[in-house]
Design a protein around this ligand. Structure first.
Ligand SMILES: Cc1ncc(COP(=O)(O)O)c(C=O)c1O
Length: 501
């Protein structure tokens, strides 16, 4: 008996001594194939008509409960039924980052090619620990292309990761082992002088988590101030290093940022690279989204010095527009990279021939052993679209940020809250308080019109638009400004009538 798409697997298993999770006959495969085609049609319909749907909508209470409280399905209901629930209760209530007017936090919008690549990767299902197989070569190729696009030398090592946080963590772990001055892998933090890592006040929160996780503690961070453009003060950094050294601490690494999360500012990377070289410290650059500016001849100067990093972390799921999740860490010196993670476990020993020939190279470059084939979506996207097309959209996003800034500057009612060096625009409805601006943001999000996010700059709340979206058009920013002003007036009116009551 064949396993039907709507049927129950138990029938098969109860009738034979052995069973698998595959359909048992041709008809079962045919049904899966038909459903698969329907899924492809429907997900592309969803993307093609995304502009007509709300950017975001709150999950209705009954659906929320259904998603949270469903008992464990002991018996299968069939994939058709599960798919119907997905279409009804899951797909319409995503965060919204596939929509042309989603500009919250820093999220990429994904590509249709990426959707297909994800399906193929799951179908092939390799464990990309770094065996002697095609998936390993595909990932190596992507790493090589990334090094080339970032201006890093041939022979640069790297790893694709779940995102910027993991890529940064790996970079810092490599840097700590290389600059600790003792065998930190063997002795932990007790093996030598207390270490210090330097960053600016604008550094992303991954760093706090990472130093905590690495056993260094938050106090191992020396946080340096920023100038009016939110760039690390290099003179202050230099003094901090000297003072720490004089008190017996060991400065090991500067974490500079190319494209800060708040405003898109880039630290003075050449000056920090020089300082790290002089001080024999590790130079790590967090370029989660900003590093992608170096793909463009026009924008590269804005992130100058990035190619001097000892380690560089960035995401492809942000400004590379590839579907979640995919980040990347590049490490200039391949041996130093491996020395931070290789373990030499007996069951992972390199063989002379066979799939384990040469050892598990990716397992030796990071924390994870078993890894998915996330390289495929990058490899296919680059082959299908070409790096130039992706770069053109990156440049378009920067132009759109300038366009939005010009709309804000032309308006009497809005004000910019920071410079716009890259693809992030922070602004306020000038007459409204912080609470008023927060209310404007929440109404905008809840209306389904647009999803920016918020931040606090110099103690004041700002609406923040981060444009890493290949679907946005200039008219979307006109609509945003119109609606912020309309909602701003609404909020002000309500507040003034409430206060006179
Ligand atoms: C500058 C910066 N660094 C690191 C991260 C963390 O990256 P991920 O969310 O991919 O872990 C982000 C996320 O927005 C970021 O903007």
């Amino acid at each position: 008996m064949s396993r039907t798409v709507t049927g129950n697997l138990e029938d098969d298993c109860s009738k034979t001594a052995e069973c698998s999770l595959d359909p048992t006959d041709k008809a079962g495969w045919e049904q899966l194939r038909t459903l698969g085609h329907k899924m492809v049609d429907q997900i592309f319909d969803h993307l093609q008509t995304r502009r007509e749907q709300p950017v975001w909508q709150r999950i209705p209470t009954e659906k929320r409960t259904a998603l949270e409280a469903e008992p464990l399905p002991r018996k299968g209901q069939g994939v058709e039924s599960a798919y119907e629930t997905f279409l009804r209760d899951v797909l319409p209530y995503g965060i919204g980052n596939t929509h042309p007017r989603f500009w919250g936090w820093v999220m990429g919008s994904g590509t249709p090619e990426g959707v297909l690549a994800e399906m193929l990767a799951a179908g092939m299902n390799p464990n990309v620990g770094g065996f002697d197989d095609s998936a390993t070569l595909v990932e190596e190729q992507v790493i090589h292309w990334m090094a080339q696009l970032m201006g890093m030398p041939d022979g640069t090592s790297g790893l694709l990761t779940s995102g910027g946080t993991m890529a940064n963590l790996i970079g810092l772990a490599v840097g700590r082992r290389a600059r600790a001055g003792f065998d930190v892998r063997a002795e932990g933090m007790r093996g030598g002088p207390e270490m210090r890592v330097y960053c600016s006040t604008e550094v992303h929160s991954w760093l706090k988590k990472t130093v905590e996780l690495m056993g260094m503690g938050r106090n191992s961070l020396h946080v340096v101030g920023v100038d009016a453009g939110y760039r690390m003060k290099v003179d202050e950094l230099q003094k901090a290093i000297a003072v720490d050294r004089a008190t017996g601490l060991r400065p090991i690494c500067v974490v500079a940022t190319a494209g800060t999360v708040n405003t898109g500012a880039t630290d003075d990377l050449p000056a920090i690279a020089d300082l790290c070289a002089k001080e024999e410290m590790w130079f790590h650059v967090d370029g989660a989204f900003g590093a992608l500016a170096s793909w463009s001849n026009r924008l590269r100067d804005g992130v100058k010095g990035l190619d001097r990093a000892d380690s560089l972390a960035f995401d492809l799921h942000k400004w590379g527009y590839m579907p979640y999740d995919i980040g990347c860490v590049l490490v200039r010196d391949a041996e130093t990279h491996k020395a931070a993670f290789a373990t030499g476990a007996s069951y992972l020993t390199a063989m002379e021939r066979g799939p384990a020939a040469g050892g598990l190279r990716f397992a030796d470059r990071g924390v994870e052993l078993s890894r998915g084939f996330r390289a495929l979506k990058a490899w296919m996207s680059l082959k299908a679209l070409g790096a130039d097309a992706i770069t053109a959209v990156i440049e378009q996003n920067v132009d759109q940020a300038q366009y939005l800034a010009s709309l804000i500057n032309q308006s009497d009612e809005l004000e910019l809250a920071a410079e716009v060096p890259l693809n992030i625009v922070c602004f306020r409805f000038a007459k409204a308080s912080d609470e008023g601006n927060q209310e404007i943001l929440m109404r905008l999000q809840e209306s389904g019109i647009a999803v920016p996010s918020g931040t606090v700059l110099q103690g004041r709340f700002a609406i923040r638009v981060a444009i890493s979206n290949h679907r946005s058009r200039k008219a979307d920013f006109d609509l945003l400004v119109e609606n912020v002003i309309r909602i701003g007036h609404e909020v002000m009116k309500e507040r003034s009538s409430a206060s006179t009551r």
